[in-house]
Design a protein around this ligand. Structure first.
Ligand SMILES: [Zn+2]
Length: 196
């Protein structure tokens, strides 16, 4: 095994897209850097931007289920909560012709019936170890960069390509090129969740 293949892995994940403005910019950057990541897409956005979802898959990224419309899990009936997971899965499957293998809870709020629905669909629930907090008043480029610098081997990193709510993909994009350079310098190898 060569050095690159045996170096420690990290998993970059982008939630809440696809976004017609920001997702292509992030995909362009990942393509230039020859880096594969994972995108947890919102079903209704996937329906609006199917070409972007197909581009993610075509360029080697993993596409995961982030529910149909990103409603807060704790504010739903059991039936509606499970439907969010199923309909998110269906939206991705309709675009890609294959079911997603991974699920991430919206707002990071876990609810057992949603986990059960995801697992029943063959999806593995995916947490994160490091959040960029690329949203709201704390989501400035300098703060995002400082958080990302704390990455350690095997970390799953939460970031956002979608403009949904208070996300700040504009700030994230200012620091992503430097972050990717730093990963390379530190010998951390970003891979998509296929190799999870
Ligand atoms: Zn989200």
């Amino acid at each position: 095994m060569n050095g690159a293949a045996s170096s420690p892995r990290v998993f970059l994940t982008f939630d809440d897209g696809p976004d017609p403005e920001w997702t292509p910019r992030i995909l362009d950057l990942l393509l230039r850097a020859d880096v594969r990541a994972s995108f947890f897409v919102i079903g209704v956005h996937a329906q609006h931007e199917p070409a972007l979802v197909r581009r993610m898959a075509a360029e080697g990224h993993t596409v995961g289920n982030h529910t149909f419309s990103h409603r807060h899990p704790w504010l739903l009936s059991n039936q509606d909560a499970a439907a969010q997971v199923h309909e998110g899965c269906n939206a991705i499957t309709a675009v890609l012709g294959q079911m997603p293998m991974f699920y991430r809870a919206p707002h990071g709020r876990h609810r057992q019936c949603m986990i059960d629905a995801a697992v029943a669909c063959g999806e593995i629930p995916v947490p994160w170890q490091l959040s960029a907090v690329d949203w709201g008043p704390l989501g400035t480029a300098a703060r995002i960069a400082a958080r990302l610098r704390r990455i350690r081997p095997d970390d799953i990193v939460l970031m956002h390509d979608g403009r949904n709510r208070h996300n700040r993909p504009d700030e994230l994009l200012r620091v992503l090129p430097g972050f990717l350079d730093e990963l390379a310098d530190r010998g951390l190898r970003p891979v998509a969740l296929d190799g999870y």
